[in-house]
Design a protein around this ligand. Structure first.
Ligand SMILES: Cc1ncc(C[n+]2csc(CCOP(=O)(O)OP(=O)(O)O)c2C)c(N)n1
Length: 324
């Protein structure tokens, strides 16, 4: 393990934060007073944590409909996210965005996106902005195997390659796009191979292995910061969670689902840190209970917070930090 202990523990805490947030949101959503749809990131925590561990608030990310994990790993507050999920004025997007549109420009979170593949153009544009400004900041686009079917990925990769934009394309290949298996809809098994066609280095990593993700991300981000251009990381991470909360996954083979659950990244990382003497039961419990308290406070506050006024429904839609 040549990653500093502090970073390892921070990544474990981030992954635990994501897991507990998603479990709590699932519960609260099932109670029926959270509007809209919720897609959880359970099982993919190592990807967001391993990548975002390399980023500062000045770096950018853009995310998907399954964006809670990316948002938390980038530093969005639990309270602000919960208020957003409950549609309240105090939410990160003042209740206008909901689960699939969480954004926080202050910390470089350009936004989750209900449009599959929507993160790709945003993150590529963000990378271009950093290049024009002459910073060494990078921009990360998270998308799924389904998102990799969108044409914008190929237009963006071409532009990013010829202009050497500091962007990292992170494909979370969980084998499914809703109920369509990647084995049916994708022409190659390793989607990262497609980056070759644009002169972009592509890497496959085990998305349940936070060490592998962290290492691949470090190389790709270092390359982008040095001005050497984009990279493509394909994290293979079988989908543990259903497509959305409430999806019964009847279309899925039971063995496939059971095998996915065997690869729980949080359990695996916890055992590795325990074996290395960096964690014990009491430390895990302390981390968990602090997060649970934050969630309790966040849920109670969000439920008591005001709804946006009906006549303000279009406020903030076309203006803000990135211009009118
Ligand atoms: C442009 C567009 N087409 C279709 C949809 C409907 N849709 C929502 S999620 C989804 C599947 C996305 O799969 P993937 O990108 O692999 O992400 P995952 O849900 O597996 O994380 C689809 C087709 C959409 N939201 N946007």
């Amino acid at each position: 393990m040549n990653v500093p202990d502090r970073t390892l523990l921070e990544m474990f805490e981030t992954m635990t934060r994501i897991r507990l947030f998603e479990e709590r949101v699932t519960l609260e959503y099932q109670r029926g007073d959270m509007p809209g749809f919720v897609h959880t990131y359970i099982g993919a925590e190592a990807v967001a944590a391993g990548i975002c561990a390399h980023l500062s608030d000045d770096d950018l990310i853009a995310s998907t409909h399954r964006g809670h994990g990316h948002s938390l790993a980038k530093g969005c507050s639990i309270a602000g996210m919960l208020a957003e999920l409950y549609g309240r004025e105090t939410g990160l997007c003042k209740g206008r965005g909901g689960s699939m549109h969480i954004a926080d420009f202050e910390i470089g979170m350009l936004g989750a996106n209900a449009i599959v593949g929507g993160s790709i153009g945003l993150a590529t544009g963000g990378a271009f902005a950093q290049q024009v400004k002459g910073t060494s900041n990078v921009s990360v686009s998270f998308f799924g195997d389904g998102g990799a079917g969108q044409g914008i990925l190929y237009e963006s990769m071409n532009l990013a390659s010829i202009w050497k934009l500091p962007v990292i394309y992170v494909c979370e290949n969980n084998g499914w796009a809703e109920s369509t298996p990647a084995s049916y809809s994708q022409s190659v098994e390793d989607l990262s191979r497609r980056a070759d066609g644009f002169g972009i280095p592509g890497h496959v990593v085990d998305g349940a292995d936070v060490f592998a993700v962290h290492k691949a991300a470090g190389e790709a981000i270092g390359r982008a910061r040095r001005g050497d251009g984009p990279s493509f990381i394909e994290a293979k991470i079988p989908r543990i969670s259903a497509h959305y909360v409430g999806d019964t996954q009847k279309y899925r083979d039971e063995d496939d689902l059971a095998a996915a659950k065997q690869r729980d990244p949080l359990e695996r990382f916890g055992s590795e840190l325990t074996a290395a003497g960096l964690l014990d039961e009491a430390a895990v419990e302390a981390i968990r209970s602090a997060i649970v308290e934050e969630l309790d406070r966040g849920v109670a506050a969000a439920k008591a917070d005001p709804w946006p006024a009906a006549d303000g429904v279009t406020d903030y839609v076309y203006s803000g930090a990135y211009g009118a």
